[in-house]
Write a protein that binds this ligand. Sequence first.
Ligand code: AHG
Ligand code: MN
Ligand code: MN
Length: 289
Amino acid sequence: MTVSDPVVEAVVATIGRSATEIRQGLIGRRGTVDEENPSGETQAEADVWADDLLGDRLVGIDGVGQYASEERAEVVDCGADPAESDAYAVAVDPLDGSSNLKSNNTMGTIFGVYDAALPARGETLVAAGFVLYGPITTMLIATEETVTEYELSGGERTIVDRDVTLPDEPVVYGFGGRVPDWPDDFHAYAREIEDELKLRYGGALIGDVNQVLTYGGTFGYPALESRPEGKLRLQFEGNPIGYVVERAGGRSSNGDRSLLAVEPDGLHDRTPVHVGNDELIERLEAALA
Ligand code: AHG
Ligand code: MN
Ligand code: MN
C-alpha cells in the first residue's frame, strides 16, 4: 500500500529502499570518526555514511524543498522554501542508537516530513516514521490517515499491520538517563511505574518506542538535573516519534505539553521526550506540574 501524497510516498519509498543498503553498510563501519555532530557527540562512521547516502537521495526528490539531519549543522536547501511553496522539509536521524553499533543491538532510521520550513513545530508534520534494524527490518509510517507497519526485504515493503494502535493495557516502560540525575518529581513518578510495569530499555529510541507501540506502556528520556533540556533532539527524534505515537492513539509530552506543540528555537534543540498510553502521560505531567 502506498501513501496517498506522492511526495511523501517518494520520500518513504526512498528511505525504505535504502534501508537494506544501510543495514548491509553497517558492517565494517562500526568505528568512530574524530568528528562531532552538531549536538557535540562523537560520530560513528556509519552515522556519516548513512547521512550521506540518504541525503544524496532525498534532496533530489521533486517536492522536497529542504533536507536536514542531526549529523549536519545547517539545513540543506533543495531549491524551494517550504515557507513560501508547497514543498516539504525532510528531517532525518540517519542512524538512531548508533552507540548500539559496537554492541550489535537494535538501531534505526527516523524521519519526519514537515509542511513548513525547519526548524518547525511537530504540528506541521504530514508524515513521520522509522525503520527498525531488528531481527527483521521493519518500517512504521504514520500519516494523517493511519499508522502502517511494513516488513522490508530487498528494497520492497510488505504490509504487516494496516492500523498500528497502542494496546490499552500498559505492560513495559523504559527511562533514559542515570537515576541519580533524575529530578525528584520525575524520580517519584518513575518509582510508581517501576512497581507497575516491566523494564524494557535498549539504548535506541526507536527500539524502545517500538516496544511501547507493541505492548503498551511508556518510554521517557526525561529532563535531567545535569541537562534540564534532556538529551533527544526535537526535530529529528521527539517530533517524529511523538507524531507516530499520537497517531497510534497514545500521547507525547515534553513534561508539560504535547511534543508537537513545542515551539523550536534552533534546528538542534534538545527536549525531554515522553511517549505512551494516555493515562501514563497524564500522570507524568501531573507529577511534574
Ligand atoms: P543517536 O544514536 O541518534 O544519537 O540516538 C541515541 C539516543 C536514543 O536513540 C536513545 O534513546 C538515547 O540516545 C540513549 O541514550 P543513553 O545512551 O544515555 O541511554
Ligand atoms: Mn537518535
Ligand atoms: Mn543518530
